[in-house]
Design a protein around this ligand. Structure first.
Ligand code: IPD
Ligand code: CA
Ligand code: CA
Length: 262
């Protein structure tokens, strides 16, 4: 089975095209021109190239949709539809030659994410979902895991970024979490893939503070359509406003909230 609608086809095509550049640049990583946007957050020539290809392709197919993209910011057009783009999620990995990063594109309609694609070009893994039509990994239906006890789970987290003001808080949270429950915690450096892996049942939960909308937009619909939960650290729906995100399978959300707040 495969997910195919007009918008999904547009997103898949744009991602496949942009990924060619990304793969080529990853192979030539040493030659990349790197400029520093802020400590711990590099903007590479690749980020910009990939972003341009994505935006050109998406605009060609949907000239009236608005755009929010990490490097160029807001391009306002149509009120109702908006592409939310992270051209490379996992830039630090990319720059260090670690083959774990993704292109992430979400489509928002009336403030709700209705389509999402997260594409890992190195592993050729495409996570894609559309509201009401399920979540797929390379055309195979995905489901979140069914583990119900935190002690049996693997949990992912990310950050803090070098420049982030709440570095101590984030480290405290991590320490607190791992002292409360003996559970393997992993940090792989790409929030979008972290969320996609929860959707695929590879891990059971993910939490992080202070992510940006483009880090999580595509993942929101992908994990929900796979049967997972997206909340803030309090188990509420305010993850965008509160800038804390907790993504879990359908069973461990409550236990995660308890541990994060205890
Ligand atoms: C980052 C990655 C990383 C997360 C950071 C993000 P970028 O995105 O998703 O896993 O810990 O908070 O900013 O900068 O590589 O697009
Ligand atoms: Ca990102
Ligand atoms: Ca990025």
């Amino acid at each position: 089975m495969r997910l195919s609608s007009a918008n999904i086809n547009v997103m898949v095509k744009a991602c496949r095209k942009a990924s060619k550049t990304l793969i080529r640049d990853f192979g030539e990583i040493e030659n990349l021109q790197v400029s520093i946007k802020g400590p711990g957050d590099f903007v590479t020539a690749s980020d910009k190239k990939v972003e341009k290809i994505l935006i050109d392709e998406l605009q060609k197919a949907r000239p009236n949709y608005s755009i929010l993209s990490e490097e160029v910011g807001e391009i306002n057009n149509d009120e109702a539809f908006k592409w939310i783009i992270d051209p490379i999620d996992g830039t630090a990995n990319f720059l260090h030659g670690i083959p774990h990063f993704a292109i992430s594109v979400g489509l928002e309609h009336d403030k709700e994410i209705i389509c999402g694609i997260i594409y890992d070009p190195i592993k050729d893994e495409m996570f894609v979902a559309e509201k009401g039509n399920g979540s797929y990994l390379n055309n195979q239906r995905m489901r979140v895991s069914s583990r119900s006890k935190l002690k049996d789970c693997i949990i992912f987290t990310g950050g803090p970024k070098r420049e982030s003001k709440d570095i101590n808080l984030a480290l405290e949270e991590y320490k607190n979490f791992s002292s409360k429950v003996l559970v393997p915690i992993r940090k792989f450096g790409s929030a979008s893939l972290d969320i996609a892996y929860v959707a695929a049942g590879r891990c059971d939960g993910f939490f992080q503070r202070n992510l940006n909308y483009w880090d999580i937009a595509a993942g929101i619909v992908i994990v929900k359509e796979a049967g997972g939960f997206v909340t803030d650290f309090n188990g509420e729906n305010e993850y965008i406003k509160n800038k804390t995100i907790l993504v879990t399978n359908a069973k461990i959300n409550k236990e995660m909230v308890e541990v994060l707040n205890s």
